[in-house]
Design a protein around this ligand. Structure first.
Ligand SMILES: [Zn+2]
Length: 476
């Protein structure tokens, strides 16, 4: 029988070691771990950050300098190295930079995955600067950092950036990594096998997001002005060459590829677009490029691609990521950077705060012990999320009434009805009872465990079936 649980939002403040939920971490933290927030005032003179492009060494110096000046708000770590040996830096900005706070979400931005799309790289440096200098004076930023761990990766492709040229708006020089791979085509793909050789930058990111349960993410790009949301790929993904039938497929391929969380992804994209100075106007960058209604688009409706990062985040790890195209010119002159910062500042902050929307909570056994890797699925949304080592889960949802299916191997499955309201997240605690003491009855369904990286097979089945129906209706 379904249980109706609506519990007021009570934060659980248990502090564990950084990445503690994933046992030992290979990431080493740079900085002073002993300071607390009261130390900030005595270190007011943090590093300056000019509006200009910073090469890898300059960026590294800046990040180290911030972590030294704001040790109670920041932690700097590298998730690995690029092909040419440059660190893939991540700066955590949070009131708890070194430690995951149980019950509070981790979120991220990744920029410069295409090395010549340089604006996002600088904007993330300015976002770091803004967050650390506003904590004491801006109550909203204080609330955000007190309740969220924000991980910022200014460059996922430092090698590509190193050969890119300021002022080049539309070339692809510097887009790829040092081995000429497009990193945003280098992830495992749900809809089509991706035969591209995995690159060190991609492997590092895959390991990173498998170690930390990120709830929300943005990938910053350039060359357009739009917030693009999953899916990027479609079940009909194929390369069009010259045949007549191919052109039919091509037009079909530009149809939206709708995810089970389409309403949420649209909302998240609109939050970015509507808080941006001009994105929501949907004006095209050039006369021969598309315009986007309200400044948002489904990824595949714009153009389908295989091996993208946002579909991977969502389907493999339950992290809702969208792609943010924030500049018509990929690498504009540095004197334009203040304008880009002002255009995006509000968006960058408000978007991350959306992680505090929907439902979150804990799955525990009858003794109050957390159940790790329990499957958490909202009815009608055929994507499975999993609990962390501490039994935590997060599900960003719009206001409404939902039912949650929770199951784990060795436990009786549980169905819970809950509501989501606009003003604050719903805390939802679920207790699973051991299946061992009960004879197999009509309500017991054994749970089949699946290997961690694969998304739920039910999703594949439903998508494939629906598209097979479309195909047979269209061509049959
Ligand atoms: Zn790009």
């Amino acid at each position: 029988m379904a249980r109706f649980l609506v519990i007021s939002y009570v934060t659980v403040l248990l502090v564990v070691t950084i990445y503690g939920q994933h046992s030992d971490s290979s990431y080493s933290i740079h900085g002073d771990t002993t300071s607390n927030i009261s130390d900030i005032e005595s270190r007011q003179s943090g590093p300056d950050l000019e509006f200009r492009y910073h090469d890898h060494d300059e960026m590294t110096r800046y990040l180290r300098s911030v972590s030294a000046s704001y040790p109670a708000l920041t932690a700097l770590y590298s998730i690995g190295k690029s092909v040419e040996g440059r660190d893939l830096w991540v700066m955590v900005v949070s009131a708890s930079p070194y430690e995951h706070m149980i019950g509070k979400p981790d979120v991220k931005y990744v920029a410069n995955i295409h090395g010549n799309e340089a604006v996002g790289r600088e904007l993330l440096l300015h976002l770091i600067q803004y967050l650390v200098t506003s904590y004491e004076t801006d109550s909203y930023i204080k609330w955000l950092l007190d309740n969220t761990r924000i991980h910022l990766m200014p460059s996922m492709n430092p090698d590509g950036f190193a050969i890119s040229k300021e002022g080049q708006c539309n070339t692809i020089h510097g887009r790829h990594n040092a081995r000429r791979y497009d990193l945003n085509r280098n992830f495992p793909d749900f809809f089509k096998a991706n035969s591209k050789q995995p690159q060190p930058e991609t492997e590092a990111v895959k390991e990173w997001i498998s170690k930390i349960q990120f709830v929300l993410s943005g990938s910053l790009h350039g060359g357009a002005l739009v917030a693009s949301y999953p899916f990027d790929n479609t079940p009909s993904a194929r390369i069009c060459r010259s045949s007549v039938s191919c052109s039919v497929f091509q037009s079909y391929a530009h149809s939206p590829s709708i995810s089970p969380d389409d309403d949420v992804f649209r909302h998240l994209s609109l939050v970015y677009s509507n808080n941006h100075a001009k994105m929501s106007r949907g004006v095209s960058c050039k006369s021969n490029t598309p315009s986007f209604k309200n400044g948002i688009t489904n990824g595949a409706a714009w153009y389908p691609l295989t091996g993208g990062m946002q579909d991977y985040n969502y389907l493999w790890h339950g992290c809702m990521e969208i792609t943010l195209e924030i500049s018509c010119c990929k690498y504009p002159p540095a004197h334009e950077l203040p304008k880009y910062w002002m255009d995006n500042k509000q968006s960058l902050i408000k978007y991350l705060a959306e992680t505090h929307r929907g439902a979150h909570g804990f799955v525990m056994d009858e003794n109050g012990n957390p159940v790790e890797r329990a499957s958490v699925k909202v009815k009608g949304r055929d994507v499975t999320y999993h609990t962390t080592k501490y039994g935590e889960f997060w599900r960003i949802l719009l206001p409404g009434t939902y039912r949650l299916d929770v199951s784990a191997e060795g436990y009786l499955p549980q169905e819970v009805e809950f509501i989501v309201i606009d003003s604050h997240p719903t805390l939802l605690n679920v207790t699973l009872h051991s299946a061992k003491r009960i004879d197999t009855g009509p309500y017991y369904r054994p749970v089949v465990s699946r290997p961690p990286p694969a998304p739920a097979p039910g999703f594949l089945t439903s998508i494939s079936n629906s598209f097979q129906n479309i195909f047979s209706n269209f061509f049959g």
